[in-house]
Write a protein that binds this ligand. Structure first.
Ligand code: NAD
Length: 334
């Protein structure tokens, strides 16, 4: 632990407040020359950096090849995960299809093998750290070390703050957010040793713009976003900026489970619904360009999501009215 034991070893009444001299010595330098030099450096580097980014945006970044790499997709048995597995297989990856639904995982693995690509199915509960550790052992012994980790498994349970049991709430957090810590911790060391890797996380547009009565789901998807942005910076700070990449994907609505589409229909939702294959294509295309953020939605949704954080809540609520007729009703589960 790096001087943070106080947070993990609570002792009653032992709280030590910061002293005036510590506060003073932690303040930024007030030396005007020092500030001038720092600001000048930023201005000088800002322009060429921005120009490079604009050129990359206009010309399009060069795609990397992932042929022959080993990809692991959680929740790969069904829905978006299945499409991601198949898309990665078409890029020439061997695929580990990991799911709590082993029958679904087997079916996806069989589809991939029919493409002439190596694939294995694995049973895992990503919400349990031990299960993830066991998955690592099983995948490495059958396929080899993982180069591409896709954290896709998630529960789309839209609970308001007053809905669900405490176990339901904990389960959503475990599967949608905590699981990412277990899988990343399990596979990142190998990637760092080999100085090659890519971690992809499936968040949601609900991880950019939260919506009432989706409190728990939105909280986890915002959490995934924070985790991935910090992880990206951490790889960069540790000297892996050109070798290991972190990509966070924000799909809007995807036609996966039947029950989910029935639910959207009840809400009178007018948001465009994409197919899992469409979202998997956008995801893998963006990943091949090492993009750190992929808003896998039509362009006008992307513009609206960018504006969302700039607009006052009252304006955002008006815009939501364009897309949804009936607010989600509270559901009580015993
Ligand atoms: N469907 C959408 O509209 C939509 C929109 C935005 C984001 N997403 C996100 O995309 C991801 C996939 O969503 P989907 O619509 O394909 O969901 P889905 O329910 O259709 O499929 C999820 C898969 O994950 C598996 N899974 C669930 N819990 C698991 C666990 N504990 N361990 C291992 N596997 C587990 C399921 O068995 C299933 O195969 C999720 O993270 C979801 O939040 C979906």
């Amino acid at each position: 632990m790096t001087g943070q034991d106080q947070y993990f070893n609570h002792r009653d009444g032992q709280y030590v407040p910061a002293t005036e001299d510590l506060i003073e010595s932690n303040r930024y330098s007030r030396n005007p020359l020092d500030i001038f030099l720092r600001v000048t450096k930023v201005i000088l580097l800002f322009v060429p950096t921005l120009i490079r980014e604009v050129i990359t945006f206009l010309v399009g970044a060069k795609k990397k090849s992932i042929k022959g790499q080993i990809a692991l997709v959680t929740g790969g048995g069904n829905g978006l995960g299945r499409s991601l597995c198949l898309r990665l297989a078409r890029e020439g990856c061997s695929v580990a299809v990991a799911d709590i639904d082993f029958i679904g995982a087997e079916k996806t693995a069989e589809e991939i093998r029919r493409l002439g690509v190596k694939a294995e199915a694995f049973k895992v509960d990503v919400g349990e750290q031990q299960s993830v550790e066991q998955l690592k052992v099983n995948v490495e012994s059958k396929l080899g070390p993982v180069d591409i980790l896709v954290n896709n498994a998630g529960l789309l349970a839209m609970l308001s703050l007053s809905e669900g049991t405490s176990e339901d709430v904990q389960r959503i957090i475990n599967v949608n957010l905590t699981s990412h810590f277990w899988t990343i911790r399990a596979f990142k060391d190998g990637m760092m040793e080999r100085r090659r890797g890519h971690i992809v996380a499936v968040s949601s547009t609900f991880g950019i713009a939260a919506f009432g009565r989706t409190v728990c789901y939105s909280a986890t998807k915002f959490g995934v976003r924070g985790l991935m942005e910090a992880l990206n910076e951490e790889f960069f700070m540790n000297g892996y900026g050109d070798e290991i990449f972190a990509t966070c994907v924000y799909p809007c609505f995807v036609a996966t489970r039947k029950e989910f589409l029935v639910y959207l229909q009840k809400l009178g939702c007018r948001v465009p619904i994409q197919t899992p294959d469409e979202v998997a294509n956008l995801t893998v295309e963006g990943m091949l360009k090492n993009r750190c953020e992929i808003v896998a939605s039509p362009w006008y949704m992307q513009v609206m999501l960018k504006l969302y954080s700039l607009m006052p809540n009252s304006v955002n609520r008006l815009v939501v009215g364009i897309f949804v007729d009936n607010l989600p009703q509270l559901t009580v589960r015993s």
